[in-house]
Design a protein around this ligand. Structure first.
Ligand code: UT7
Length: 339
């Protein structure tokens, strides 16, 4: 049976840069706090674009870098916490924008682990022969669910999109995948859906409203609890991937972690006793872009020429749900077609 490979990558971030200093002019924060506690220097914020729009831009860049045509794509998944609509899925909207009329399309809700979950699902579809070419995208417009008056959360996140096209080849591109979830931590990182508001008075009296769902629809996070979870989940995911694939950390050229906080990454560098260059980071420029952070990083590494055929790369994510997961890939792309 053919092996599953990443055939191309693409990404898109909005032009609008919001620096820490700019945020400090509107809320009680400062560059020093944000940089020392998180490593973030600036983030990108959309101005009028929705998630489907930036997702499609990332997808088109991935398509440009491949020999795959939109009509060859038979599966599209968008991993996002910030879809345009409850329905249709963001993936269906992207399908229409890029003209991928032969694709089956749906969204993945797994917060910052969403791209890893999508990789896993695409792998299963391709490996069992049901689909040939999958377009998977992590895309977020988190700026629309942030409370811009809450300094404990709004400084952390940014908008952006990253994409990868998966297909078949001779060499094994996806070596090992691992995912997990723990709903006991569901309240630690959360964004409510629209509260139930039954507009029929008679019915309203009979059906209790969902108190838990009342109020605002902003992202909320128990930062310290998530920090503890993040280092545990990352450590366990890396350990599991290495032991199940029979590889050691020395076999891995790069680790591409979810870009949440430089302190989490520094902790892992110390724990694994590896050179800090092994961990790729770009959160300094984009903040935490949730499901988009890993594919944006992967595309940047690809464009910067950091990845050579045969390199083994470990991607690892964690986030709301709680969810976590990772994958070891072998880079199978000869060279980047365009930048
Ligand atoms: O993508 C999903 C995964 N997410 C994560 O992995 C995030 C994990 N958690 C974290 O990265 C960290 O917990 C945060 C960066 C969110 C927070 O860092 P912290 O060191 O845990 O700070 P804290 O929330 O305990 O707040 C410490 C202090 C507080 O002041 P007091 O009570 O000590 O006087 C906050 O009010 O820092 C204050 N603070 C701020 N000060 C200036 C909180 N936010 C800010 C701010 N600017 N933006």
């Amino acid at each position: 049976m053919k092996e599953v490979q990443i055939l191309a990558t693409g990404s898109y971030v909005p032009d609008r840069i919001v620096t820490n200093d700019e945020l400090a002019t509107v809320i009680d924060t400062n560059d020093e706090w944000i940089k020392t506690r998180t490593g973030i220097g600036e983030r990108r914020i959309t101005t009028g674009e929705n998630t489907s729009s930036i997702a499609a831009k990332a997808a088109l860049k991935a398509l440009e870098n491949s020999s795959i045509k939109p009509l060859d794509i038979d599966l599209i998944m968008v991993a996002t916490t910030t879809p345009d609509c409850y329905t249709p899925s963001t993936a269906c909207i992207v399908q229409n924008i890029i003209g991928a009329a032969n694709a089956t399309c749906f969204d993945i809700s797994a917060a910052c682990s969403g791209f890893i979950y999508a990789l896993n699902i695409a792998y299963q579809f391709i490996k069992n022969g049901t689909k040939k070419n999958a377009l998977i995208i992590g895309a977020e417009t988190l700026s629309k669910i942030l409370d811009w008056n809450d300094r404990s959360i709004c400084v952390l996140f940014g908008d952006g999109a990253g994409a990868a096209i998966l297909g078949c080849g001779e060499e094994k591109g996806l070596i090992q995948i691992y995912t997990g979830s723990d709903g006991k931590g569901a309240n630690l990182l959360k964004c409510n859906a629209v509260p139930i508001d039954i507009n029929n008075k008679k019915l309203k009296e009979k059906i209790p409203q969902n108190a838990d769902n009342e109020g605002y629809h902003y992202l909320s996070m128990e930062g310290r609890e998530i920090f503890k979870f993040a280092v545990k989940a990352m450590g366990e995911t890396i350990k599991t991937l290495l032991s199940s694939s029979g590889l050691t950390i020395d076999d891995i050229k790069y680790i591409v972690p979810h870009q949440a906080n430089l302190r989490i990454i520094d902790y892992m560098i110390k724990k694994l006793k590896v050179d800090k260059k092994k961990f790729y980071t770009n959160l300094q420029y984009y903040g935490n872009t949730s499901a988009a952070s890993i594919p944006i990083a992967l595309d940047q590494m690809n464009r910067e020429g950091l990845l050579e055929k045969g390199d083994k790369i470990l991607l690892v994510g964690f986030g709301g749900g709680l969810t976590w997961g990772g994958t070891i890939i072998e880079w199978t792309i000869d060279k980047q077609i365009s930048s």
